[in-house]
Design a protein around this ligand. Structure first.
Ligand code: UDP
Ligand code: MG
Length: 312
């Protein structure tokens, strides 16, 4: 008996990508022809686009029944898009990729064979350079990855893309993580499974422009830290202990000095500096606690990760 063809779902988050969607679709059809042993379906996520993205996806849907979509009621962000896509994907394999062709579609053939023949659960990609990106952004990105890998037990790979080919089992485990503050790069690492990394050079997007500003990235990195490490919370304890020791030694020193040399009143400028410094440290620690508290607050409200307005 002939083995039934396996289905591969392609999850594509799109936000204001009306120019990129048709080009992407055309490229993907070529790939589908190269892998005849798989059936394919698209799961486009229209992440509350303000342009004609949804219209174009619907046109594709009319022509091609392999095209499915979920349209959000507003912009929920790429993380929510990935989650919705994984939830709606029905395939035995699931691929997550960007619509701007920064994730080279031709890699899919190799990824599929790796999973099928080498027994991996997931093939993930990372870019080896950040060509075409502002140098200051690359610098901060590198710093971020260095730091988070020091303070988090979950491995978060520098330059990792969200472009991944994974098995049904892994997709299901990602969907089983319902957290509201989603940091996919950490979630992929957290669920584990045997992952093979492949590398490629950074490619500039084919149409439209990047949705990430510096501040968006900065906030995203805080999200990552709060979601996958509790080390910053220990900073308060660390400083507390440090200053206790300093205060103890200082008290002994000053007492002895007063006993030996008398007690002239002086040194108030240095006193002011010390008080201000300690006040600053205290506020910093409260701020860190506040960051975790706010995440906890959002998490316990248990809001849905996205709201779908229409889907097909
Ligand atoms: N995206 C999304 N929602 C957002 C922002 C981005 O679904 O709020 C999608 C976007 O359409 C693209 C992918 O996420 O398919 C990656 O976005 P972008 O190319 O702007 O990021 P970069 O490649 O610069 O990291
Ligand atoms: Mg891009």
């Amino acid at each position: 008996m002939k083995e039934e063809k396996k289905l591969c779902s392609i999850v594509v988050p799109c936000y204001n990508e009306q120019d990129a969607v048709p080009i992407y679709y055309g490229e993907m059809l070529k790939i589908f022809e190269m892998i005849p042993e798989l059936d394919f379906e698209f799961v486009f996520i229209d992440d509350g686009s303000a342009d004609g993205t949804l219209k174009i996806i619907k046109q594709l849907r009319d022509e091609d029944e392999r095209v499915h979509y979920v349209s959000f009621s507003r912009n929920f962000g790429k993380e929510a898009g990935i989650y919705a896509g994984l939830e709606h994907a029905r395939g035995d394999y699931v691929v997550i990729m960007d619509v701007d062709l920064q994730d080279p579609p031709e890699l899919i053939c190799g990824m599929y064979h790796t999973i099928k023949e080498e027994g991996y659960d997931c093939v993930a990609t990372r870019r080896v350079n950040r060509k075409g990106e502002p140098p200051i952004r690359s610098f901060f990105a590198r710093m971020f990855y260095k730091m988070i890998n020091k303070i988090s037990k979950t491995e978060i790979v520098d330059g990792a893309r969200d472009y991944r080919f994974m098995t049904r089992q892994m997709a299901d485990s990602i969907v089983s993580m319902h957290e509201y503050n989603r940091f996919s790069k950490g979630i992929f690492g957290w669920v584990g499974f045997k992952t093979k990394w492949i590398e490629y050079e950074n490619i500039e997007r084919v149409a439209g422009e990047t949705k990430w500003s510096f501040w968006k990235l900065f906030n995203y990195s805080l999200e990552g830290i709060a979601a996958f490490s509790t080390v910053p919370l220990s900073i308060a304890s660390f400083f507390g202990l440090l200053f206790c020791i300093v205060a103890f030694v200082g008290t002994i020193f000053i007492s002895l000095r007063a006993l030996i040399f008398g007690d002239p009143v002086s040194g108030w400028p240095s006193m002011v500096c010390i008080i201000m410094f300690l006040g600053g440290i205290q506020l910093l620690c409260i701020g860190i606690i506040g960051m975790y508290l706010s995440k906890t607050y959002l998490e316990c409200k248990n809001r849905p990760i996205y709201i779908s307005k229409e889907e097909a």
